[in-house]
Design a protein around this ligand. Structure first.
Ligand SMILES: NC(=O)c1ccc[n+]([C@@H]2O[C@H](COP(=O)([O-])OP(=O)(O)OC[C@H]3O[C@@H](n4cnc5c(N)ncnc54)[C@H](OP(=O)(O)O)[C@@H]3O)[C@@H](O)[C@H]2O)c1
Length: 313
């Protein structure tokens, strides 16, 4: 059983989710957190990963390291998305097994479920339909990780799980206007438009604004990670979401209201940049284990807008 004296390796500790996991675990009294910079250990290198694990005697591994990006990055770098993610996961899962790690948590993403579905999607609907072509490489790598975990649990009786979050936002998010996810991109584009001089402040956004997105503050996922670190579950794939779902246009209107209500929002109506139309998760399984998000979205949005404004000065 994992407790706050266990040695926990958080891979990807400088990323948005990894840094949140470190914050939450420290707050909850975990004393033996292990991290290493990417410059010192490239997780794609199997030999180095094995050497690192052998020197540390790790009890639990949290895989928050991944090649991650928004829709344009996924379209432009499919080779990196499939090969980096396959290598990172495979090295960490196989080495965890050979080094007798007791618990492993991988992260999937709601965008790797089949493209066409209208109702909130359940965990058992993975691989039941075609994937969204813009992020197929990323999805195939992540699905392989999920299936690897299932296979290891079946054959070796390991306790490995994959948490499947919806769209995340929070401190340390990526605000690059070409490579980021939709919510940080909205905050940045609308904030920059608000700073323009002159009367007409127009912001141009990608796509039609119609796709629906469910969002969750990253600290909620870190809390779920700590919760499931201590729990033995029968199922190895668990959706993690907030039930807060709106169209991208509605999110844009909300961000605009908070930053500058005078701004005019225009979508470029390029359907290729819409991605999946809906990604809402069914949360019955997580709820059955007594996990539920406690996020106050409006407050969380105020905080990230404030964070962004402070860091952009
Ligand atoms: N962000 C979201 O909206 C979202 C939604 C659902 C699920 N998730 C999942 O959550 C996990 C973490 O995502 P995130 O948003 O926190 O991503 P992130 O901010 O980009 O963090 C990923 C971290 O992994 C590190 N990394 C990448 N390649 C590495 C390598 N070869 N060796 C060592 N470290 C490496 C990165 O380092 P560098 O920055 O130096 O490359 C970075 O610190 C991913 O599995 C993702 O699929 C994210």
């Amino acid at each position: 059983m994992i407790n706050n004296q266990s040695k926990i390796f958080v891979a990807g500790h400088k990323g948005m989710l990894g840094s949140s996991i470190i914050r939450i675990l420290k707050k909850k009294g975990y004393k033996k957190l292990i991290t290493i910079d990417k410059k010192k250990l490239d997780l794609r290198n199997q030999t180095s990963v094995k050497k690192f694990f052998k020197s540390k005697k790790i009890d639990a591994v949290i895989i928050a390291a991944a090649k991650v990006g928004g829709i344009k990055a996924n379209i432009k770098y499919p080779a990196n998305f499939i090969s980096d993610n396959l290598q990172i996961q495979t090295n960490l899962i196989t080495t965890s097994y050979s080094c007798k790690v007791k618990k492993l948590i991988l992260f999937g993403s709601s965008c790797i479920y089949p493209k066409h579905y209208n109702r909130p999607i359940k965990e058992n609907q993975i691989m039941t339909g075609v994937l969204e072509e813009t992020n197929e490489s990323y999805a195939i790598a992540k699905i392989t990780g999920i299936k690897m975990i299932e296979a290891f649990n079946k054959q070796y009786n390991t306790d490995y799980i994959c948490l499947m979050p919806c769209n995340l936002f929070g401190p340390n998010d990526n605000y690059d206007t070409q490579n980021s996810h939709f919510l940080p991109a909205l905050v940045k584009k609308i904030y920059l438009a608000s700073k323009k001089k002159g009367k007409k402040k127009i912001v141009k956004l990608w796509g039609t604004g119609k796709p629906l997105r469910e969002v969750l503050h990253v600290d909620e996922v870190a809390n779920a990670c700590e919760f499931f670190l201590r729990k033995k579950t029968k199922k190895s794939l668990i959706n993690i979401g907030s039930s807060i779902e709106m169209s991208i246009k509605n999110y844009a209107d909300l961000v605009k209201k908070k930053i500058d209500p005078e701004i005019l929002i225009k979508f470029n109506n390029d359907k290729k940049l819409d991605g999946v139309m809906r990604k809402k998760l069914n949360l019955d399984l997580a709820n059955s284990y007594k996990w539920k998000s406690k996020m106050n979205f409006s407050k969380a949005l105020d905080e990230i807008i404030m964070d962004f404004k402070n860091s952009y000065r």
